[in-house]
Design a protein around this ligand. Structure first.
Ligand SMILES: [Zn+2]
Length: 273
């Protein structure tokens, strides 16, 4: 719709978010000033472009802006766009189940720092084994088109898309023996593996001297500090390394194991469909 003045700056593009035949969100974008953009208040954060996606499609591209998604669509690449830029991932929750059917997801975020960071985060959330990072030799897909790229150029960019570094992918089974050992520790009758694992980790992470509780002098519970230098820590109040170091390594190991197990579960859940 053009404003009464007819000035180009008052031209506003209406972008409609349609999904399952329903209007989920609408955006108003000033064609002359890209930053001038408004969304319907209280609308559900979701991906743009669902109404154009073949329900049988198993490959999808996700771009950082609606115009980029339209550009890709124009080049016969089924594409969606996030609704609020590379740094906002709220759509993931709302569109999660709709994205489950895709075996390949092409992340076509902008070729800049914010796009790179957002792409990495989104790929990890969607499962790095089915995601590829597509980088167009331009700022973004639309910019590439404006520079004269055609369908075959876009196909080429997609062909050279990269998965995340495979070194980051480890089998859950690689960690299983160590995880099991950790979870089946029992001490002083404590039978809950999670409670024990947590207590052990906290013990290793706490670098306070366990004799003087970090104050550097002997403490008899319920009495004032006597002022005698603690001979276990030499008065520093800290336990010597490797206490904290081992704790940090244990924690990092648990994180890696949990992450890897989640990837594996996601993969198996998809394979059972
Ligand atoms: Zn001490």
């Amino acid at each position: 719709m053009a404003g009464d003045s007819g000035e180009p700056s008052s031209f506003v593009a209406l972008i409609r978010y349609l999904r399952d035949g329903e209007l989920v969100n609408a955006k108003y974008r000033n064609a002359a000033e890209k930053r001038d953009m408004r969304q319907e208040g209280g609308a559900e954060p979701c991906l743009f472009g669902w109404h154009l996606i073949d329900p049988k499609a198993r490959r999808i591209a996700i771009a950082e802006g609606e115009i980029d998604a339209m550009t890709l669509h124009q080049c016969d690449i089924p594409a969606l766009s996030v609704n609020a830029g590379a740094g906002n991932h709220q759509w993931l929750e709302n569109d999660w189940s709709r994205l489950e059917r895709f075996s390949e997801i092409l992340i076509c975020y902008d070729n800049d720092e914010a796009g790179e960071k957002g792409a990495r985060e989104v790929m990890h959330r969607l499962g790095i084994e089915r995601c590829k990072r597509v980088i167009f030799p331009a700022k973004d897909a639309n910019d590439y088109l404006l520079q004269g790229a055609d369908g075959s150029d876009f196909d080429e960019a997609i062909r050279s898309a990269k998965t995340q570094d495979p070194e980051e992918l480890r089998q859950a089974s690689d960690f299983m023996d160590r995880v099991k050992a950790m979870f089946y520790l029992t001490r002083k009758g404590e039978k809950s593996p999670l409670v024990v694992a947590k207590a052990v980790t906290m013990f290793w992470l706490d670098d306070r001297c366990q004799y003087c509780w970090g104050v550097g002098s002997f403490v008899i519970p319920g009495t004032p500090i006597l002022g005698t230098t603690c001979r276990h820590c030499g008065g520093t109040g800290q336990r010597p390394i490797p206490f904290g170091e081992v704790g940090k390594a244990t924690l990092a190991h648990m994180d890696a194991a949990a992450e890897s197990a989640l990837h594996s579960m996601r993969r198996r859940l998809r394979n059972t469909r």
